[in-house]
Design a protein around this ligand. Sequence first.
Ligand SMILES: [Zn+2]
Length: 168
Amino acid sequence: MRNKLFMLVPAIIIVVAACAKEEKAMTNRVVKTEQEWKAQLSDEQYRVTRQKGTERPYTGQYWNHKELGIYSCVCCGTDLFLSDTKFDAGCGWPSYFKPVDDKVITEKRDTSGGRVRTEVLCSKCDAHLGHVFPDGPPPTGLRYCINSASIKFRNPSSFPSSREGEKE
Ligand SMILES: [Zn+2]
């Protein structure tokens, strides 16, 4: 019976000096003072995005907007939602079933108003966008309920402009 008790742990201890860079996932974050945001935004955009306000339903610019294009953050211009993920949720706010990329949206637990909801913010500039609810359509089953005041629509020239001339 050989009772070889081999406990040869390769004791190679590499002492890596903690020189890891202090780098967060979003390196190009946009940070501005309240004064700078106020100067850049309308009163309503400022109230919603920087003070977590909510526009009244059916009053915003985009709840019934159906053009093809991209909706980006009104504060920093990050692309957030594509028109082909927009759907009519009947709630009076623009609603999407997913963002262009998970990274552009930050989710945060929100217990204000005596309810538990999930707030969605722009990952780049922390603009309050709205909330996400688990009652959306396939394929995600999610409803990103977004304030029109938080977003800005653009119709890139690369998109077919077949709906041109469609006015309300
Ligand atoms: Zn932003």
